[in-house]
Design a protein around this ligand. Structure first.
Ligand code: SIN
Length: 503
């Protein structure tokens, strides 16, 4: 067993992780960043960053109102305001770190619109390659950080109610990084499902690590399905996203017969919040038996220049988006819930912080507003890094010891993904969720002897939590649609919290 020491350990290298690590590093702390995978969800983000720019017709109030409307009664209004109001400052800091955004004219950023936004307020880069630019800038700024690749965080270690370090697996075997502060920035859980827009490392690790440490998680039944994942004939793994900005620029959603899918469903039509559009597509596909819907973007001028990432993905699948409608299906995209934190990334366990998709700050409620995730990652990532640095400064030196580890169980990944895709997808019901719970009960003990087995265990732990939360929410709200409870129940306008693994 190897041993190392740090002031702050950051788990993850997407926007929240790198911003947190840079913030702690710039405060003079010894920071170790753990990374298990080569790519991040940040890299694949297309649309952009929702941010209120000064000297526009936009306002913090309007952005807060849109976020809360999308969140379907479960946003924490104070958290939303705090994060939205800090957005422009955080974006300027990212620009100082080298990020560049598309300009409408010299000195004025170009703004696009996405579902649920009442204004054009999304800044973007490289047309639809915003995440790649954010990642490039942060990778460059973080070149001096101590980033350990191929390191899997297996367990948060604690003693006397405070973090003492992380148990880690690398090519030398298991070891411990002793540290008083740990920031979880592990991203999402899209690989609970057979097909997802998420990179392969999105296996619910942070939620599982928190539950094993007895740290509360919340809102995990609210898994956002992006309405337009490219339908390219491949049914599994990471599938390309077709950014919502395509609809923001005039693309329209049609069924195979050429009928609008969202007409009469919501006043914002194809630019309704994501949960509404994904559910409308799902309903139409069930009704018609068609395998996919279509996004007709042919009227958008200069499409390939504005959307080079989408164009490349379509062409790779043999589709020319300038001359034919793009086949799309809803795809698992974003976890609105996660590890419960305040807006500084602080969890219930002293020294444990979380930021980005893994965290539940109260910003997203039951349904995240498009392009609010990079914003949240930037703002809360920076705050969590500063808070972790301060905690490390104030805390006694950490000495971690391995306690007794409970047996971890896992279902084979394909089986788990099939069951989740069948029973806990865009629309759920009690019978299906109970069947899912029974299948999860058949999970077998698994040794954590490598990244794959750790991920299978994390996926199973996370799936059990999602299933329990989805079963307990007997209503439809935000991204959680129950065919047996199609209405929203005002009495259930509160979050559910879980503080222990249910399997
Ligand atoms: C998109 O570009 O449609 C995705 C943006 C997001 O998930 O916020």
């Amino acid at each position: 067993m190897w041993h190392q020491r740090a002031d702050v350990v950051v788990v993850g290298t997407g926007v929240a992780g790198l911003v947190a690590a840079l913030a702690a590093h710039r405060r003079g702390r010894k920071v170790v960043v753990l990374s298990k995978a080569a790519d991040t969800a940040t890299f694949y983000a297309q649309g952009g960053i929702a941010v209120v720019l000064p000297d526009t017709d936009d306002s913090i109030d309007a952005h807060v109102a849109d976020t809360i409307a999308a969140g379907a009664g479960l946003c924490d209004a104070d958290a939303v305001r705090s994060i939205v109001a800090d957005g422009y400052r955080a974006v300027r800091e990212l620009v100082d770190d080298g990020a560049r955004f598309d300009e409408a004219e010299p000195g004025r950023w170009s703004l696009t619109r996405e579902g649920g936004h009442s204004r054009r307020r999304i800044i973007h880069s490289g047309g639809d390659a915003t995440g790649a630019e954010v990642q490039r800038a942060l990778d460059h700024a973080g070149a001096t950080l101590d980033i350990r690749r191929n390191h899997v965080a297996l367990q948060i270690l604690q003693s006397g109610g405070a973090v003492t370090g992380v148990q880690v697996l690398n090519e030398d075997g298991p070891g411990i990084v002793h540290a008083p502060s740990v920031v979880l920035a592990t991203g999402g859980l899209g690989h609970l499902y057979s097909a997802t827009t998420n990179p392969e490392g999105s296996t619910g690790d942070g939620i599982a690590l928190a539950l094993w440490a007895g740290v509360p998680i919340s809102d995990v039944e609210f898994i956002q399905f992006h309405p337009t994942m490219l339908f390219d004939g491949h049914a599994s793994g990471r599938r390309p996203l077709i950014t919502e900005a395509v609809r923001g620029e005039g693309g329209i959603l049609l069924d195979r017969q050429g009928n609008s899918i969202t007409r009469g469903i919501h006043p914002m039509g194809d630019l309704a919040p994501r949960d509404v559009v994904a559910a409308a597509i799902d309903a139409r596909l069930r009704e018609t038996g068609d395998p996919c819907a279509y996004l007709d973007a042919r009227a958008i001028t200069d499409f390939d220049r504005r959307f080079p990432t989408v164009t490349a993905a379509c062409r790779a699948a043999g589709i020319d988006p300038t001359s034919q409608p793009i086949p799309v299906v809803p795809g698992a995209h974003y976890s609105c819930g996660g590890v419960v934190t305040d807006v500084y990334g602080r969890t219930d366990l002293a020294g444990l912080f979380a930021a980005g998709e893994v965290a539940r700050t109260g910003m997203h409620g039951a349904n995240r507003l498009a392009s609010n995730s990079l914003l949240e990652g930037l703002v809360v990532g920076g705050r969590a890094g500063r808070a972790a640095a301060q905690h490390a400064n104030d805390a006694a030196p950490a000495h971690a010891e391995l306690g007794d580890v409970e047996t971890r169980v896992a279902l084979p990944r394909n089986k788990l993904q099939r069951a989740m895709s069948t029973y806990a997808s865009v629309v759920r019901d009690a019978d299906g969720l109970q069947q899912l719970a029974r299948e999860l009960e058949a999970a077998d003990p698994r040794d954590l002897d490598g990244r794959a087995s750790f991920e299978d265990v994390a996926l199973t732990t996370t799936a059990c939590a999602v299933t329990a939360a989805a079963l307990a929410r007997n209503e439809s709200r935000g991204c959680h649609h129950r065919s047996d409870f199609p209405d929203t129940d005002p009495a259930l306008a509160h979050s559910q919290v879980f503080a222990a693994a249910c399997c």
